[in-house]
Design a protein around this ligand. Structure first.
Ligand code: HEC
Length: 131
């Protein structure tokens, strides 16, 4: 009788641990299929909206103080532009040169960003507008 309970207990244990494994697999699929999420995308988004302060002048689809990310990416794709080069002041503006002075106010701050951070920002800008 003692053994019977032990066996019952272990069967119950195996059963529940199998179940929870299934559940976490399901959760993984949900997270994986979440639109456009990857560590680089999430970092870029965080920097774009947070430390980079880009979002206060650049929305995804609408023009605000600066051109929308969609407009920037359209021109950068057409002209094979180099966003990281631009953000490092190695490339001239190609989107709206008349308002370059406004964008220029960011460059001192951007000097403190690592190459990896700028890459993530450029990755985010590309992904968030990719159809
Ligand atoms: C104070 C407002 C402001 C902020 C903050 C700002 N921008 Fe801009 N940005 C502009 C304006 C205005 C333009 C249009 C002038 C131009 O094309 O250079 C622009 C243009 C750009 C362009 C296109 C440059 C080109 O080739 O003409 C890129 C890329 C860009 N911004 C990225 C960023 C990123 C990344 C950040 C955050 C680190 C940022 N901006 C923060 C105002 C801003």
């Amino acid at each position: 009788m003692k053994y019977f309970f032990l066996i019952l207990l272990s069967i119950a244990f195996v059963f529940t641990s199998c179940n929870s494994e299934k559940k976490s697999e399901k959760e993984k699929i949900v997270i994986g299929s979440k639109k456009k999420s990857s560590p680089e995308f999430d970092l870029g988004k965080k920097l774009f909206k947070g430390k980079g302060n880009c979002y206060s002048c650049h929305r995804v689809d609408k023009k605000s103080i600066g051109p929308s990310i969609t407009e920037i990416m359209k021109i950068y794709k057409e002209q094979n532009g180099d966003i990281i080069g631009f953000l490092r002041q190695k490339k001239d503006p190609i989107v709206d040169p008349d308002n370059y002075a406004v964008m220029k106010t960011n460059f001192a701050r951007l000097e403190k960003f690592t190459d990896e951070e700028l890459k993530a920002i450029a990755f985010y800008m590309n992904e968030v507008t990719a159809k």
